[in-house]
Design a protein around this ligand. Sequence first.
Ligand code: IPD
Ligand code: CA
Ligand code: CA
Length: 263
Amino acid sequence: MKKERKTAFRAALEAGKLILERVGDKHKIDYKSPFNLVTDVDKASEALILEIIRSEFPEDEILAEESGASKQKSSRLWVIDPIDGTTNFAHGYPFFCVSIGLVEDNERILGVVLNPVADELFWAEKGGGAFCNDEEIRVSSVPHLNESLLATGFPPNTAHAERTNMEQFQTLTSLSHGVRRDGAAALDICFVACGRLDGFWERKLSPWDVAAASLIVEEAGGKVTDLSGKKFDLREGHIIASNALIHEEVVGALAEQLHEVGS
Ligand code: IPD
Ligand code: CA
Ligand code: CA
């Protein structure tokens, strides 16, 4: 695993450097759908990461947000988000990250998330604990929802109002110290891993949003499930990530609205 970890670190750090050099520039923005943007820097970051991973592991399969799935098939799959928090990046709002996960035989075994602005590299290997740079990290010990700080996210296309997260947002806001919406799911989940937040939930994320961070929070002692408390499935992308202690309370609080939207 050492080579995999070193390669993921190098890819994330080089991509982070490229992203930082270009934050605040005028970007070429394309729209994947009305509010789902992608910049030239997302594409450049992804190209750089893919080049590094392919040069070290040419046999491995890759799933990356901007270029999709690679042609070759393998039991090992790298899952890459070249900028998580693109809307933030495009506006110069300093909350975005690079996310690189490695899955083997459908099990998440390595996760690396870099916040280039804060120079924080969150990472974990299956069974080896979780770290921010060189320091081991743990989830918080906040025992109850009414003492917790949470985060959530919203899909970029909110055209179908009944399928958005507004009701859950309102409910959980009234039951906790508050719910942040900071716009980069992978980084939000790493904030749960290091105890800055106590829980996070979102519907319908993509594998590249959560592959790395979900392992990091588990390795930090947290719990990850789908929105009804059942086994988390990377392909479904419905996620609650918490410090484990408040998990059942979050599941319970979300339950009524989830029933209504049929999740
Ligand atoms: C988005 C961010 C955001 C989440 C969206 C994602 P992107 O990823 O993680 O926080 O709410 O659902 O699509 O598009 O910035 O990589
Ligand atoms: Ca993303
Ligand atoms: Ca992205």
